[in-house]
Write a protein that binds this ligand. Structure first.
Ligand code: MSK
Length: 596
């Protein structure tokens, strides 16, 4: 016993762990709610946004049981949006999106009683149950931890991803650049930082208007250069190819160039220090969300009903700062080419071709061993570990023919390391993975978006199960996930929704110290309950090898872990896979959109 109240170490450790899940889920949920509100405003015609992906809207209407017969697109969007908003406060029933999971997984959740009801309710109940003197059984506490996390992954995050895609377009592969060198000496540099893309999208539109361009010229600039930081950056990188200047750990460095006229921030992952760093330069930090204000920053509240006007007000202010720019230094050689924009729909299209979109080629290549398995590298970077940690993990995985899917600041770090280029397949991947990537023209590491977009990985994994040949549940798949340099509690929520979905998750550290029993529960017992489990490993090479070990165990269980024969693609095989008959690096960048 460790608490004065008699609470055991495992009770205290599980409470702390679950409070991290609650905080992380709450962050995704509040972000998602804003996106749903923006979506409803769009459906009502109250914003400048439009419905860009009607096909996805119809798919979602089916999930929500909305009858689309003879209805205008906007009416369908309104009905879907209202049902989506109700998901947050639902008191009865469970989340609509759960139906998208494989049937066997749904059964497991039902049996365990962890199907999330209202997303807000699960966060509140978790905070309640982890209060002193309430739930005192660590296994029972973790059931609610799972329900809350599933409400995040299959609830709020998935809602956010899908509705954002419908509004702003489902990403398709696109070429872009990342790193500090994306700033421009002769233009007004405005960086967008945080997570919610509503304002960032409006800034993209406003920056192209003749009015703003004329204003920039009048100030002596050749144009307006938008660049992303953290996940707001990832959102507009994926959909528009707008360059990303920095991930989490570089946010102060962006300002230290002295070349940024304004850093526009919304919510999450914004260091308080940026307002202090900005004081040394002409840069203004502009907060835009009433939830996230900072001393020494300017606040301009974003109004989604007048998004373009809000964006113009902000840009006008940034342009006004251009003439005040003093000495600056942009490391122009710090600039790396990337190909990004791999939604789960794009993977479907890229591997299956326009007329035979399916995950069949991916599954077949996993079964025949060209691709050993799939790994997700997601989450933050932080100052405690070397900047090349993600790179070491990813290189070891792709060298061993494991296809890597990446999101968040990890994806930006892998972009800086040159792994988001199609050519990286030839340079770093094992022979099987390289062959597939070269045939299709895709990188061995696929950028799949921001933190909330980890929901894309859930759907990609579900599609693999649905396609057949790799078991009938997510727990059967040769896949593994990591957020090695996590610092945000959102990563713990993400890890738990993957574990509760049946997937192996490994972090470099976890807040579980002090209770052997609770650690054993997460690292071992969990496997019997969910099919997925947590693991911890500090060394990046070892971490990657443990992911591969888990993938091999799943391959063994599926009976496909035979010695892999090297069969080179012949022309017919290439046609089956890519439809072009030859390897064309970047072919996905020029192909038709999956929604066309
Ligand atoms: S921004 S949560 S540092 S990934 Fe999504 Fe990056 Fe982690 Fe924030």
């Amino acid at each position: 016993m460790i608490g004065v109240c008699g609470a055991t170490a495992e009770t205290v450790a599980s409470r702390n762990f679950c409070r991290a899940i609650a905080s992380g889920s709450a962050s995704h949920t509040d972000h998602a709610r804003e996106m749903v509100r923006g979506f409803i405003a769009t459906a009502k015609g109250e914003t400048e946004n439009t419905i860009k992906d009607a096909r996805k809207l119809n798919m979602l209407a089916q999930v929500f049981g909305v009858d689309t017969t003879d209805k205008e697109t906007r009416q369908i969007a309104l009905e879907v949006g209202q049902l989506a908003l109700a998901e947050f406060g639902k008191q009865e029933g469970t989340q609509y999106m759960l139906k998208r999971a494989p049937a066997k997984r749904q059964e497991i959740w039902k049996k365990l009683g962890v199907e999330p009801r209202g997303i807000d309710r699960e966060v509140v109940e978790l905070m309640h149950r982890t209060h002193m003197g309430v739930d005192q059984d660590h296994e029972n506490i973790m059931l609610q931890g799972s329900r809350c996390a599933l409400g995040d992954g299959w609830g709020s995050s998935m809602l956010s991803t899908e509705l954002t895609d419908i509004m702003f377009g489902t990403p398709v592969p696109i070429r872009a650049i990342v790193d500090l060198g994306v700033l421009k000496a002769d233009q007004v540099n405005v960086t967008v930082h945080g997570h919610e893309p509503l304002l960032a999208e409006a800034l993209c539109m406003a920056a192209e208007t003749p009015e703003m361009l004329a204003l920039a010229k009048k100030a002596g600039a050749k144009g307006i250069n938008l660049a992303g930081v953290c996940c707001t950056g990832n959102e507009i990188l994926m959909r528009r190819g707008i360059p990303v200047a920095a991930g989490f750990i570089q946010q102060e460095m962006v300002l230290a160039t002295g070349a940024v006229e304004a850093m526009v921030v919304d919510v999450q992952c914004v260091m308080q220090s940026v307002a202090q760093v900005a004081k040394s330069f002409h840069t203004e930090i502009i907060t835009t969300n009433y939830r996230a204000k900072m001393p020494d920053a300017v606040h301009i509240q974003f109004d989604e009903h007048h998004a373009l006007q809000s964006a113009k007000t902000i840009l006008t202010r940034a342009i006004g700062n251009f003439k005040k720019r003093g000495k600056f230094f942009i490391p122009t050689d710090s600039k790396v080419d990337v190909v990004v924009g791999f939604s789960h729909e794009t993977i479907n299209y890229m591997l299956g071709g326009r007329f035979r979109s399916s995950y069949r080629p991916l599954n077949d290549n996993i079964i025949n061993g060209r691709i050993r398995g799939v790994a997700a590298i997601v989450g933050c970077d932080n100052y405690k570990f070397d900047d090349n940690y993600h790179e070491i993990v990813a290189k070891e995985l792709i060298k061993n023919d494991v296809l890597v899917l990446a999101t968040g600041c990890a994806a930006t770090a892998l972009g800086r390391a040159g792994l988001l280029r199609p050519e990286a397949a030839t340079e770093f991947a094992g022979p099987g993975l390289a062959e597939v990537c070269e045939t299709v023209g895709m990188p061995p590491v696929l950028h799949m978006g921001s933190c909330v977009d980890n929901s894309r990985l859930l759907i990609a994994a579900t599609e693999m199960v649905r396609e057949g040949g790799l078991g009938d549940d997510l727990a059967d798949l040769p896949v593994s996930g990591t957020a090695p340099l996590w610092m945000s509690e959102k990563a713990v929520a993400i890890g738990q929704y993957f574990v509760a979905s049946g997937i192996h998750v490994i972090f470099q550290n976890l807040p579980v110290g002090g209770s052997k029993k609770f650690s054993k529960f997460l690292f071992d017992d969990c496997r019997k309950i969910y099919g997925g489990h947590w693991e911890m490993e500090a060394n990046p090479l070892e971490l990657a090898r443990k992911m591969i070990k888990n993938i091999d165990e799943k391959r063994e269980a599926l009976g496909i872990n035979k010695k892999r024969e090297r069969i080179l693609f012949d022309m017919a095989m290439r046609r089956d896979l890519g439809g072009t008959g030859k390897a064309v690096p970047g072919v996905g960048c020029t192909g038709p959109k999956p929604t066309e």
